[in-house]
Design a protein around this ligand. Structure first.
Ligand SMILES: [Fe+2]
Length: 312
């Protein structure tokens, strides 16, 4: 069996203005970090159990790992994720807050490079910054979507594909997402080649922005409409599930895929929203894959007791 643990939107460094209630010993920033730490501890323990049981396991974080893309926030994320990496592979994709200051709305070149360094440190052979080569003083696009297979024939192999959905067009409002024609083109040709070579290995797309239709539940925070439609055409019948995060009011694991991308006679991908990891109640998605069948579930994590946070 294979198990994917999916979390999103950790926003480490949130409340960095260090707001402190008058009667509390800790700031909101510290308390937020304490919640993230509690969540990741649970993920680490769960991953350890699956690895010990012989499962093929991987942890995926779909963006907004930091709140402002600052060096010290990346350092804190690295410390948390390196701990889990000692148990099983950890994979990440960028969110707008990782690349942008001012609540993820302003593109910052240095943060883009910091994110790639974090990914490389986790063992990912990918340059998400390639999407901005034209902006980052180069004119070549070297960044094809990165396909990675986990597990061999006896261990329910799964394929993960890492996409950069952070905007490449509306850099002045960086919270909106796009995949871009080139990345979509490369995704399609990459998927065709991968599936031809590897048969029916379930493919998971990992991205930050939600691939939901415009206006549901809000009009601006999802993917660019043209890209969303194109993604559906590419994913239908080829992709098992799409893991994503970003701001969302959806309850976890609502599968809207057949509504968004109806395609007669074709399997639409399962949509798995990991945004509830920290922003609402603590928890993570646990996705089991056995004989090619995908079974997503949600595991709630107990909130840390405030008194413990004070004395941690
Ligand atoms: Fe976001």
């Amino acid at each position: 069996m294979a198990t994917i643990f999916h979390v999103s939107d950790l926003h480490i460094g949130k409340y960095s203005k260090n707001i402190q209630a008058p009667d509390c010993d800790i700031s909101m920033e510290q308390f937020h970090l304490h919640r993230v730490h509690a969540l990741l501890n649970e993920v680490e323990s769960a991953a350890r159990r699956t690895v010990e049981a012989g499962d093929n396991s991987v942890v995926v974080v779909t963006g907004d790992l930091t709140d402002q893309g600052w060096d010290k926030q990346f350092a804190c994320v690295e410390e948390e994720l390196q701990r889990i990496k000692g148990v099983c592979p950890v994979r990440i994709v960028p969110g707008n807050h990782d690349y942008g200051n001012f609540r993820g709305c302003l593109f910052v070149k240095k943060s883009v490079r910091c994110f790639d360094e974090l990914a490389h440190g986790l063992g990912m052979k990918v340059d998400f910054s390639a999407k901005y080569e034209g902006i980052l003083e180069s004119h070549s696009y070297a960044g094809a979507p990165y396909f990675e297979t986990f597990g061999g024939a006896d261990h329910s192999p799964v394929c993960l594909v890492y996409l950069n959905s952070c905007s490449s067009e509306g850099l002045e409002d960086f919270s909106r997402g796009d995949l871009g024609d080139l990345q979509l083109e490369m995704l399609e040709s990459g998927l065709n080649a991968y599936l031809k070579e590897n048969g029916n290995i379930p493919v998971f797309l990992c991205m930050h922005h939600k691939p939901l239709t415009r206006g549901y539940p809000d009009p601006v925070m999802g993917l660019d409409k043209k890209d969303r439609v194109r993604l559906g055409e590419i994913a239908n019948g080829r992709v098992g599930a799409i893991l994503y995060g970003h701001q969302s009011e959806l309850k976890f694991l609502q599968d809207l895929s057949p509504i968004i991308w109806p395609a007669k006679g074709t399997q639409t991908p399962i949509l798995i929203d990991g945004n509830g990891s920290v922003s609402t109640s603590l928890g993570y998605a646990r996705i089991s894959v056995s004989n090619g069948a995908i079974d997503p579930g949600w595991v709630a994590v107990s909130e840390p007791v405030f008194a413990e946070a004070v004395h941690a």
